[in-house]
Design a protein around this ligand. Structure first.
Ligand SMILES: [Zn+2]
Length: 132
């Protein structure tokens, strides 16, 4: 017998009781059980959300300004993840493959690998620097 069947039985018993106080007490218990069942369902949903967030967190890494999941070529919005723990795939620009937009928060991303600043090679000396 599931929770809803048990709750209906309690309600039927309460309606059949002669004592008004007993009927009221049993109906209050019935209402409390329904509220607890509803809260339990909310908590089960939240546990599932947190388990999914944990699995996502374990498989992503921050690189080139965005979040990248294993075996997924499309980056996620770092901002949406940091603020709301919401994994949102970025939308790639049609004109620049390194440019993305978040469809949720509208943040733009440039995932191009940053160029390293390289100092130019010094010009060769035309004399021995240790001889004056
Ligand atoms: Zn976003």
């Amino acid at each position: 017998m599931g929770f809803l069947d048990t709750a209906k039985t309690i309600k039927d018993v309460a309606q059949g009781l002669a004592s008004l106080d007993a009927k009221r007490s049993l109906l209050e218990a019935y209402d409390a059980a329904l509220a607890l069942n509803s809260k339990n369902q909310e908590l089960e949903v939240r546990v599932r959300e947190l388990e999914e967030a944990l699995r996502f967190k374990e498989k992503v890494r921050f690189d080139r300004n965005a979040l990248w999941a294993e075996e997924d070529p499309h980056p996620y919005c770092n901002s949406c993840w940091e603020v709301k723990e919401n994994a949102v795939h970025l939308t790639q620009s049609t004109s620049d493959p390194e440019y993305y937009m978040c469809p949720s928060c509208n943040k733009s991303y440039n995932t191009a690998v940053p160029r390293k600043f390289v100092l130019p090679e010094p010009a060769p000396l035309d004399r021995d620097p240790f001889q004056y």
